[in-house]
Design a protein around this ligand. Structure first.
Ligand code: ADP
Ligand code: MG
Length: 557
């Protein structure tokens, strides 16, 4: 076993869980994992505060899985997540980490799927239940005993759950579980409402917090690019076309990702290699030497593998996967800008990771400006610029050495010098696309993501906006459903009337309600998806401005 695995190996996890983690390709625990795993393994209640992307799932999944008794076929751990997507993600993560635990079953329970099979899976002995609160309460209504054997409860993204209006549901769920259970709460922020829950339902909790200290970063130009997770490779290739780098280090999260990206880059003709904890020390040193002397230009590394790497040629750091915390971001980008030179740091950000970007900006006290993906024209210009600068130095003495040959060849072929030069260019550029049409065909545009949540201001604008903007679909935030009422501006209704009625009668908090759009003859309101049916039935008889609200789920198609 390599030395870097000491991190996870030292944590006292169940050997089969440890084996699965190693197989997953994680090289060392993230900060929150390092701190939370021992606390949860020891059975304490815990409050964990850390941002998105810090590795919280494994921080609770690994110790909880280590403590489950597989021989007992009954629910032992319950994980609550705010949305169906997050519940599925957590369930998948549990399955990955439990791959080497035969007999361990995980069930995801969320709204929008039939209840019967979910309940059956729980009764058939799934030891881990991952659920959204709304749907779980529906199950409790049918069978109040479903949670009576739970020994570990995790509230994942607790602040998000409260924002989606799950406070009451959480209370129902707490009551349905044994008081002797262990409770772990994770949240990016700790508003008053979360503290209240913790005081009421956690016993002597330990606090684990990933501190975000201010760090100084100088002489490094920082930029970020919004990109969907499945388009990262395409985005990296495009960026590399236009970035003028000498040597570059690209950071990813897993060993497999180092191999995948290095292969993609090599296939494109870059001198690239992977660097990860599986690579033997002597091979590792060879890679670093090659990067130093220019036999390699790009190294794709994990944080662990790049530790201590100091190569003055590095002009660029590309964060292909988000670092776990601002400290490791600062650490990563510190690989460039050495010896008083300026360096450039690029960060790919997926829509879910935007909050981490804000944290990085706050902690480093610097703006990480947004860049757009270069378009076909920019790629073409960059290619021609490179070609120009590779040919320009040759022009001076090439005529003396090869001028006579040129004369002879044009005479023998019977073509103009221009035709011959063009043929030579084609040969030298090896089929590379060098017209706009070709470049665009070669690299279909990767669209950067549109902002998911519009600001209040833009929703006001679209209320009055032109019909084109009105018809454009506005993306719904995760976990929300759009509902429609036949009440609109012509009924004298304003957004605040709808908001007031829904808050009062629906028992929601303000944050649970998304955009409200009032049109002439109808209005649209965004509400929490989970528990929607119950909410709508609560609002069944609500009247606004004397008229029945009659809110219904709205389907665009
Ligand atoms: P959070 O819940 O804090 O937002 P996640 O648990 O979803 O973060 O983890 C984010 C990503 O990091 C996931 O793709 C996960 O597989 C990966 N990850 C988590 N821990 C590690 C680790 N120790 N090493 C490498 N990758 C990890
Ligand atoms: Mg998470």
């Amino acid at each position: 076993m390599t030395q870097v695995l000491d991190g996870f190996a030292a944590l006292d996890l169940h050997p089969n869980i440890l084996a699965a983690v190693i197989a997953t390709g994680y090289e060392e625990p993230s900060a929150i994992q390092l701190q939370a795993i021992p606390v949860i393994l020891a059975g304490h209640d815990m409050i964990g505060q850390a941002q998105t992307g810090t590795g919280k799932t494994a921080a609770f999944a690994l110790p909880i899985l280590s403590r489950i008794d597989v021989s007992k076929r009954q629910p032992q751990a319950l994980i609550l997540a705010p949305t169906r997507e997050l519940a599925l993600q957590v369930a998948t993560a549990f399955e990955t980490y439990a791959k080497q635990m035969p007999g361990l079953n995980v069930i995801a329970v969320y709204g929008g799927a039939p209840m019967g099979p979910q309940l059956k899976a729980i009764r058939n002995g799934a030891q881990v239940v991952v659920a959204t609160p709304g749907r779980l309460v529906d199950h409790l209504r049918r069978d109040e005993k479903v949670l009576s054997t739970i020994q570990h409860l995790v509230l994942d993204e607790a602040d998000e759950m409260l924002k989606l209006g799950f406070m009451d549901d959480l209370e129902v769920i707490f009551k349905a579980m044994p008081e002797t259970r262990q409770t772990v709460l994770f949240s990016a922020t700790l508003p008053h409402s979360i503290r209240t829950i913790a005081e009421k339902h956690l016993r002597d909790p330990k606090h684990v917090r990933i501190e975000t200290k201010t760090q100084t970063v100088t002489a490094i130009e920082q930029a970020h690019l919004l990109v969907h997770a499945d388009q990262k490779h395409a985005a990296v290739l495009r960026l590399l076309e236009v970035e003028e780098f000498d040597a570059l280090i690209a950071f990813v999260r897993t060993k497999q990702a180092t191999l995948d990206l290095a292969a993609v880059l090599e296939a494109r003709g870059y001198k690239a290699a992977a660097l990860n904890g599986d690579i033997a020390q002597n091979q590792r040193e060879r890679v670093i030497e090659s990067l130093k002397d220019g036999r390699l230009d790009i190294v794709v590394a994990t944080d662990v593998a790049a530790r201590g790497l100091d190569v003055p040629r590095i002009t660029h750091v590309m964060n292909v996967d988000m670092p776990y915390d601002p400290e490791s971001y600062v650490h990563r980008i510190g690989r460039t800008g050495r010896a008083g030179r300026t360096g450039r740091a690029l960060l790919l950000v997926t829509p879910r990771e935007r909050r981490m970007l804000q944290v990085i900006e706050r902690v480093t006290g610097q703006k990480v400006s947004e860049v757009r993906l270069p378009d076909g024209q920019q790629v073409l210009d960059a290619r021609i610029k490179k070609l120009t600068s590779s040919l320009a130095p040759l022009v001076a003495d090439a005529e003396a050495s090869h001028g006579e040959l040129l004369d002879r060849l044009t005479a023998e072929i019977g073509c103009s010098p221009r035709a011959l030069a063009a043929a030579l260019l084609r040969k030298a550029t090896n089929g590379q696309a060098l017209t706009l049409a070709e470049v665009e065909r070669e690299q279909p545009l990767v669209p950067t993501s549109a902002p998911r949540e519009r600001s209040e201001r833009s929703s006001e604008r679209s209320d009055r906006g032109d019909s084109r903007e009105r018809r454009a679909p506005v993306p719904l935030a995760e976990g929300r459903a759009r509902c429609r009422t036949a009440l609109g501006a012509r009924d004298g209704i304003a957004a605040k009337n709808l908001l007031g009625a829904i808050l009062n009668e629906g028992g929601l908090v303000r944050e649970a309600i998304g955009r409200i759009q009032v049109r002439e003859s109808f209005s649209l309101v965004e509400l929490p998806e989970d528990g929607l049916e119950r909410l709508l039935s609560k609002l069944k008889d609500t009247r606004v401005g004397g008229k029945p609200l009659k809110l219904r789920r709205y389907r665009e198609d």
